[in-house]
Design a protein around this ligand. Structure first.
Ligand SMILES: [Zn+2]
Length: 141
């Protein structure tokens, strides 16, 4: 099999994997939003005070939804890159991203060394909000 052919085969598989993951994330997002709404409407049933519920919403539910949305965005980007035949190529240096990395992180759009550089830059830019970056790292690595 030619390199181009087997690559396309693998990308096809990754595409299916991404679509499946997206479906799952959309479901999680719906459930997360639904849970927060029903809790807020029935604070007594949930066994918490209204204030506790609002705190829960701000600290847990909203960040979780944001996180899920970000992952969906990443997946959409990757799907677009597959369609545009740009998938698997580092967006910074243009080198091919190793397939082993794509299989673990199917929405990776940079090679490992460019990703590290980009993350360092991000840390410098938003120095005051390092916590947010840590959270992102935990999700996207
Ligand atoms: Zn690169």
């Amino acid at each position: 099999m030619k390199e181009k052919d087997w690559k396309e085969e693998i990308f096809k598989k990754i595409r299916l994997k991404l679509l499946k993951r997206k479906k799952q994330l959309l479901k999680e997002l719906r459930e997360n939003n639904h849970k927060s709404r029903s809790n807020l409407c029935n604070p007594c049933i949930a066994g918490r005070s209204y204030e506790e519920d609002v705190n829960y919403l701000v600290d847990i539910t909203i960040p979780r939804s944001k996180n899920i949305c970000k992952q969906i965005e990443k997946i959409d980007e990757s799907l677009k890159r597959i369609d545009e035949k740009k998938y698997g190529i580092c967006r910074d240096c243009g080198d091919p991203i190793p397939l082993a990395r794509l299989e673990v992180v199917p929405f990776a759009d940079r090679c490992v060394s460019c990703k590290n550089v980009a993350e360092k830059k991000k840390t410098l830019i938003v120095n005051g909000t390092a916590v947010r970056i840590d959270r992102e790292k935990a999700v996207f690595i």
